[in-house]
Design a protein around this ligand. Sequence first.
Ligand code: NAD
Length: 486
Amino acid sequence: ATERSALFIFFGGTGDLAYRKLYPSMFNLYRKGTLQEKFAVIGTARDKLTDEKFREKVRKSIGSDSKEAEKFISHFYYEAHDVTDQAHYSVLKARAEELDKKYKLSGNQIFYLSMAPNFFGTVAGYLRTEGIVNDNGFSRLVIEKPFGRDFESAKELNESLAKSFKEEEIFRIDHYLGKEMIQNIEALRFGNTIIESLWNNRYIDNIQVTLSESLGVEERASYYDKSGALRDMVQNHIMQIVSLLAMEQPVAFTDSDIRAEKVKALRSLRVYNVAEAATNFVRGQYGAGNKVKPYREEDNVPADSTTETFVAGKLMFDNYRWSGTPFYIRTGKVLADKFTRVDVVFKKPLVDIFAFPGSTNTAPLDTNILTLYIEPKAGFALKINAKNNEQGFQTEPVTMKYLVDPEDSKKTPEPYERLIHDALKGDGTNFSSWQEVSYAWKFVDQIRHVWDLQAPNFPNYTPGSMGPAAADELIERDHRSWVYKL
Ligand code: NAD
């Protein structure tokens, strides 16, 4: 791999995300040669740690004390720092300059904010005013979700960041965009005439996106209860997946061209009025079930919480390609299984010539379905009609399937490894742009608004199911059904 040079400053560098995902991903980049000699890491957080203690924790987080690991860890430094304390930034600046010289980093800097978003504006501001951001090399700001809790707060946050960083310097993480099969949507669509030529309302009846989780809220309850599934999953991950599925062909496979098309798609997404939002979206919260506590009995969840742990909805694009072809989405906690998939349901042939009067072919033609398996298994399947191999003439659906070999998938980079690598290259393809974020909020805000008008009747689904009955009714009303069902 091409060696990239940069100083990384991780704010919230002792947090769960940093130890669990970020440092192991950095180590993978080191083993593959993207990071070699010319990189350094400053971890910073409120905890008081020496460089030695910090390195010990990093060693544990990457799960190795090999010679290679030790060399990698020797690039790690620590500064205790309260991000709201202006004076500390001069200490950080001195350390940054010293490491820049020592490791020949050419002024390249990546500031990774892995902490509560209410600090983002403060940190970004001080990085600029205290002169840590400099004009040698690049300065990039990587931030974690949530990016606001509605359009207004997201806009405010964005304006505070925009005072210090240009849009192309801001990398908003949506870790779903780092997943192999999400990136494969573009390859499948724009690399194959047989797929892209059918990718429209003439041939596609509907598209279904399911992000199903089997676990509950775990330790995230206090955060989750203020967010809910709509903000936590739909506004970001689902809207990103939907825009990749719905967009027109980009001029070239570059970040600015792809973003332009995603934004265009989101702009033609119908923003619902009150009545439409009420009919086209369903919310749920899980109650009692097998070995699972009801949501309202989780620690840090109020006993009368109206937070939704499930969302299903129908999205309509008002454009030439998709008019009349709905996108159904759903996501939720403690559902039947943990997986993410996209089902593309094609229209049936207009005429079933095998069903003539007196025909012995008793099976009606099935719909063609292209399924994209995003996780945990990765690959795709295409269900098509064929003749079975028996006497007489009988059609039956067969499935052509490609699944990434589990051995191979071990080689697949983790989302965070990919995304850090992209940030090092300055490639924004797999990050959310402000425009995408803002259109997604405008859509989601309408749903939230309608939900806030009326208290829900919770709990309304059983752990281990695929959500409330209303989620089935939502699609059955349109004479369709979920492809994945129990
Ligand atoms: P965490 O609570 O484990 O870590 C927070 C870090 O911020 C700690 O290092 C803490 O010391 C530091 N911190 C808090 N206040 C500070 C202050 N005033 N000054 C300096 N440092 C301070 O959080 P986390 O789970 O690592 O999450 C970090 C970010 O990533 C959040 O925005 C979260 O929403 C997002 N995120 C986390 C995960 C995950 O799996 N943990 C997944 C997706 C997104």
